[in-house]
Design a protein around this ligand. Structure first.
Ligand code: BGC
Length: 756
């Protein structure tokens, strides 16, 4: 295909309009005379959901078989970008084999509330973790010549009213919490597409939001790909194209194209704007073709299944363990396995990400395979999946548990409890399962609980009765095997929490501001999402962000934090991690940064980097991590820019956000750019700068004078007026100052701006 610009120059207005509005549910139009091929876009993100030939295109279940990898709730907990890249590569290969050009993922929306019905599709409550993992996934997919679609841009943090609600969120919170994952992926992994969300952001629908789609995404971050709408998000195709949307999906039978043609004809849309959207789509096609020409990925479904099993184990979080786990596969008395999920696994969530798996492992079968007859395993379902209490099942389960050496009990959320399209209303596990657990505990205290859920659940009611709790999330088609591997110690539980597990719903950050009205949801907790909230409000949590046990133990030592160049706000962090136990294992070292002298309101500490290490017993490794300027910065709303204030910063190394093992303070000395004072700057701001102070006191002493003593001699009065703008104080005191005197005052005041 010749270059996109010349192809578009050959297109008719109708062809361009058709190209940017999609052909049908999953593809774009073909323009044969210009050799423009159709693009096929398909969900994503945990497996390829290619609707089967001849099936209803909207059918979620009738799809080609594909590997169902662990959901993002799980892989988010892996803290392992290499793993995400590998999974992305496998997804890319399967996409190619199924003739898919764009795989709709990853989902990198922040888990603002644990109730969000789609949290299983998102990585974390933290933007750095979400961004690093998302970027790795995108790189893996795209190296196969398949485009990714980073979604849902932006502030799509709930399902309730998702097509009409406006996320009301201040710019600093957007910049620091909800946007950085997108920004990181765009700048580091160059995704072929970004998907504009259903919701509005501050009153403007995301798919018509010029600030989001053009000013930020393209002009600031340098995105050079295609912005595609979420399916059915576009209400006004003209406004969308105008805002920077390139492709409205799905096709609407031509109506959107007609609207665009009419808008160009009527002078409401410049044809050049349409040209650019069409050019970007063709540039995307070209980019994919270029990668494809280089390599043909091999699809190894057995290998992908093994990868899915490894990924599930790397993502599993061992929340508590008093030594009951791992179980011995070869010795000891009988084991009771209780809970229907042991044979009917919960392995994926509902909605557009639903995959038709190539195979499906049950934990019970895999446990039996590992034990291989060396221990007796007795299974009882304990509960049905419909929530109805059955005394018969209960009695049977208690019988199975009584006298067993240990009990492995599977509890979790039923499939209908979490899905795209609606949010949860509770964090509690079903009461029949909790009751069963309590009854089992009364006959056998040696219980290991396996949790099967996508969104976080309250774990304390479970911990009360269990000696170990293993959170498996929705672990994909090989989750049964991964569970068995971990239970018997064939592998490590490699995951750490990517979200805080709260003690109660009422403790959670968005509790008072969720889900809002059908029109608006106020992000009133601002920056204080996830651990930032629990830390600031001093709340206890069930398990902190970053927590997860290993079968071995680790020690951290010898922290050094250097600022190699005093002229730059950058630091090098080095420390040693040692495996102090007698088994091989993985740990995730987390680097948190706190600005100890911030003038702005800043979170107590924030994750800025992390490293997953694998160590043999007794082995140590030295970890080196670079922190860049952005890692110390906050979004300064007064200047509409990132800013680092000079002063002391604490760098902490932790095994969780609440298990900080090492810390060091550094001083950053680069002067911050100073905002010029204006007549509307506050008296406090004026008095804080020597030149300004002197000039202001001089001005106040002029004429009838006297007001200067308020500034100099009466600290209590100064406190009272400190936050008042100078203009108001002048008006208030009746002091008339000529414009020339004001100009002279500002000159004198701002003379020292560079060095104050
Ligand atoms: C979802 C997207 C998905 C699209 C296509 C929408 O309802 O929000 O995540 O990619 O459908 O299925």
């Amino acid at each position: 295909m010749p270059d996109p610009r010349s192809v578009v120059a050959e297109m008719t207005l109708s062809e361009k309009a058709a190209l940017v509005t999609g052909a049908d549910m999953w593809s774009t139009v073909v323009i044969e005379r210009l050799h423009v091929p159709s693009l096929t876009l398909t969900d994503g993100p945990h497996g390829v959901r290619r609707v089967a030939e001849g099936a209803d295109p909207q059918d979620i279940y009738e799809c080609e078989p594909a590997t169902a990898f662990p959901t993002a709730a799980a892989t988010g907990s892996s803290w392992d970008p290499d793993l995400l890249e590998e999974v992305g590569g496998a997804l890319g290969a399967e996409s190619r084999a199924l003739d898919v050009d764009v795989l709709l993922g990853p989902g990198v929306n922040i888990k603002r509330t644990p109730l969000c019905g789609r949290n299983f599709e998102y990585f974390s409550e933290d933007p750095v973790l979400s961004g690093r993992l998302g970027a790795a996934w995108v790189s893996g997919v795209q190296r196969c010549g398949v485009g990714a679609s980073v979604k849902h841009f932006a502030a799509n943090n709930q399902e309730t009213n998702r097509m009409r609600v406006s996320a009301e969120v201040d710019e600093r919170t957007l910049r620091e919490i909800y946007l950085p994952a997108f920004e990181h992926i765009v700048s580091q992994a160059r995704p072929v597409t970004v998907m504009a969300a259903y919701n509005a952001v501050n009153g403007v629908p995301a798919s018509q939001n010029r600030w989001l789609l053009t000013d930020l995404l393209r002009d600031e971050w340098g995105f050079d790909g295609v912005v595609v709408s979420d399916w059915g998000a576009v209400v006004d195709p003209v406004a969308s194209v105008h805002a920077g949307l390139d492709l409205a999906m799905p096709g609407t039978g031509g109506a959107a194209a007609v609207a665009l043609v009419e808008a160009v004809g009527g002078g409401r849309l410049a044809e050049a704007v349409l040209d650019r959207a069409a050019e970007r789509i063709l540039a995307g096609v070209e980019r994919l073709a270029a990668v494809r020409a280089e390599r043909e990925p091999v699809v190894d479904l057995d290998g992908h299944h093994r990868l899915a099993r490894r990924a599930a184990a790397e993502s599993a979080v061992l929340l508590t363990n008093d030594g009951l786990l791992p179980l011995d596969p070869s010795g000891g008395g009988g084991l009771a396995v209780i809970g229907q999920f042991a044979v009917t696994p919960r392995y994926q969530g509902g909605g557009s990400s639903h995959v038709h798996p190539t195979r499906l492992e049950s934990a019970l079968t895999e446990m039996a395979a590992i034990v291989d007859g060396r221990r007796e395993i007795r299974f009882a379902p304990g509960f049905g999946l419909d929530g109805a209490v059955s005394e018969l099942l209960l009695v049977d389960a208690i019988e199975a548990a009584r006298g067993a050496d240990a009990v492995v009990m599977f509890v979790g959320l039923p499939e209908a409890a979490e899905s795209e399209g609606f949010d949860r209303t509770t964090l509690e596990l079903p009461s029949d399962q909790l009751r069963l657990l309590a009854e089992i505990a009364s006959v056998n205290p040696n219980i290991a609980v396996v949790l099967c859920n996508g969104g976080a659940v309250l774990t304390e009611p479970v911990q009360r009765h269990a000696r170990a709790v293993l959170e498996m999330w929705l672990p994909g088609q090989a989750g049964g095997g991964a569970t068995a591997d971990i239970l018997f110690g064939l592998t490590e539980p490699g995951g750490r929490l990517a979200e805080t597990i709260p003690r109660a719903l009422t403790d959670t950050p968005a509790y008072c501001n969720f889900p809002g009205t059908p029109q608006r949801v106020l992000y009133g907790e601002r920056l204080y999402v996830g651990y930032r909230w629990y830390d600031r409000t001093g709340r206890d949590v069930a398990h902190p962000f970053g927590h997860g046990l290993s079968y071995t133990t680790f020690e951290y030592s010898d922290l050094r934090v250097d600022v190699p160049d005093r002229g730059r706000n950058e630091a090098t962090v080095t420390f040693t991690v040692t495996n102090t136990g007698d088994r091989a294992g993985t740990d995730v070292a987390q680097v948190y940064v706190a600005d100890l002298e911030a003038s702005a309101d800043r979170p107590d500490r924030e994750l800025k980097a992390f490293r997953k290490v694998r160590l043999a017993p007794g082995e140590s490794c030295r970890v080196e991590i670079s922190l860049l300027e952005r890692d110390f910065a906050f979004w300064d709303e007064r200047r509409s820019a990132w800013a680092v204030e000079p002063g002391t910063f604490r760098v902490s190394i932790g095994a969780s956000s609440r298990d900080l093992r090492l810390g060091a303070d550094i001083d950053l000395t680069v002067p911050a750019p100073v905002l010029p004072l204006t007549i509307d700057s506050s008296i406090g701001e004026w008095m804080a700068r020597p030149n300004a102070r002197e000039a202001l006191v001089g001005l106040m002493a002029e004429g009838d004078g006297g007001q200067e003593s308020m500034l100099q001699d009466h600290p209590e009065l100064l406190d009272m007026v400190a936050s008042m703008p100078l203009s108001r104080v002048l008006a208030f005191t009746g002091k008339s100052v000529a414009p020339a005197a004001i100009a002279a005052l500002l000159d004198a005041a701002n003379g020292d701006a560079a060095d104050s």
